[in-house]
Design a binder for this molecule. Structure first.
Ligand code: THU
Length: 133
């Protein structure tokens, strides 16, 4: 299991990989799976704006596409003043594989952290894997 500091370092390093020519708002993520595997992600924008993929979903899709379907924790890094909160779409995607107990660590540009569960961020999320389907 990675330490929180290691995950913070990995999420922060991903800020430099973000492809953000339109928003200039880089986001980095480090996702820890139940088996200890760690996948990173960054946001990837597109000239067709709606095709943008958030950092959290980049990391989630990398993990699932490599066979990891149970998530334990995610660290989300940004350079902004406020904490880098996951958007609604990412909350729902994380819920699919992490469930309400998943830990979410949101960082601000100074490196301060807020720790929440996904259930706090997404009450009553739609769920199938965690119902055993
Ligand atoms: N973004 C993320 O990558 N994750 C979030 O949690 C919030 C938003 C990205 C999408 C877009 O590239 C930029 O941040 C501005 O919304």
């Amino acid at each position: 299991m990675a330490s929180e500091q290691e995950l913070i370092a990995k999420a922060s390093a991903m800020l430099d990989m973000a492809y953000v020519p339109y928003s200039k708002f880089p986001v980095g993520a480090a996702l820890e799976c139940e088996d200890g595997a760690v996948y990173t992600g960054c946001n990837i924008e597109n000239a067709s704006y709606g095709l943008t993929n958030c950092a959290e979903r980049t990391a989630a899709f990398k993990a699932v596409s490599e066979g990891h379907r149970r998530f334990r924790r995610i660290v989300i890094a940004g350079r902004c003043e406020d904490y880098c909160w996951p958007c609604g779409a990412c909350r729902q995607v994380l819920n699919e594989f992490g469930g309400p107990q998943m830990e979410v660590v949101c960082l601000n540009g100074k490196g301060d952290a807020v720790r929440l569960t996904l259930g706090e961020l997404l009450p009553h999320g739609v769920d199938s894997v965690w119902l055993g389907n």
